[in-house]
Design a protein around this ligand. Structure first.
Ligand code: UTP
Length: 253
């Protein structure tokens, strides 16, 4: 399994500090947030890691150069133009033939290691793709990718699993298929790269990972896993402050 950590985004919601400090490098205790995410991926069984950075974020590469335990397991690829999450993931495609674990560089999740749980869900379902989900308030669905699931979503409790039947990026609240939001972790079939390579721009004119997963659904099963914990979006100051409350000085929740 290869883990991809997209960390090339502009970070406009966290200006002005992100003019010089990437949001992924903000400290959670003594570690940058992205180090907590790397630890999560390794604990979930990732053999190799690919971090997607932009030209302004070389500091992330420099940070991990000082971490000899990762030598030979971590590589960095450049996303030269910020054309969206799907485009960032595509930059990491070279040489990957097995399952792909994608962990957003600005998303931390409290509770049991979400990536490890998703690997277990995949194994129990014949190696199927799995997406991490969290419930969000109905009026906020327009900020997220939202899924429709096969089972009655009302019965889908924290820790629950259901087959996904549709996905839509940032729907209007009146047309959203549920209140289950895609929340920062994906375990995907490597077929996703072929789909991303032919994906046309979607919401906001960006190449959306959600749109490519929607096409993956047509040929392969995709399951949703509702985290027992909470996703903390450190891409904005409020979310970051909440994350500081939720994690200890060692970056554990
Ligand atoms: P966001 O949606 O938070 O976008 O990306 P952003 O550009 O980083 O932040 P804002 O909206 O300007 O504040 C979610 C994740 O995808 C990565 C980001 O680094 C983040 O981890 N990403 C996004 C890329 O790597 N490349 C992109 O083109 C867009």
């Amino acid at each position: 399994m290869t883990a991809i950590i997209p960390a090339a985004g502009k970070g406009t919601r966290f200006l002005p500090v992100t003019r010089v400090v990437p949001k992924e490098m903000l400290p959670i205790g003594s570690k940058p947030a992205i180090h907590c995410i790397v630890d999560e991926a390794i604990a979930a069984g990732a053999d190799d890691l690919v971090v997607v950075i932009s030209g302004e974020k070389e500091i992330i590469r420099r940070y991990f150069d000082g971490e000899p335990s990762l030598n030979g397991r971590i590589r960095f690829v450049l996303q030269k133009e910020q054309r969206g999450l799907g485009h960032a993931v595509l930059q990491a495609a070279e040489g990957i033939a097995g399952p792909v674990l994608i962990l957003l560089g600005d998303a931390l999740v409290t509770g049991p290691n979400p990536s490890r749980e998703m690997v277990a869900v995949s194994r129990a379902n014949g190696g199927a793709s799995v997406i991490g989900l969290e419930r969000v308030p109905k009026e906020k669905v327009g900020r997220y990718g939202i899924v429709a699931v096969e089972r009655s979503q009302a019965s889908l409790e924290a820790g629950g699993i259901a087959r996904i039947v549709d996905l839509v990026e940032k729907p209007a609240p009146c047309s959203a298929p549920s209140d289950l939001a895609i929340a920062g972790r994906y375990l995907l079939d490597p077929g996703i790269f072929g789909l991303l390579a032919t994906q046309s721009p979607g919401h906001g004119g960006e190449i959306q990972l959600t749109d490519a997963i929607r096409r993956l659904l047509a040929t392969k099963p995709v399951y949703g896993y509702v985290y027992p914990g909470r996703r903390q979006d450190i891409g904005n100051p409020q979310g970051y402050l909440k994350a500081l409350e939720a994690f200890d000085e060692n970056g554990r929740s």
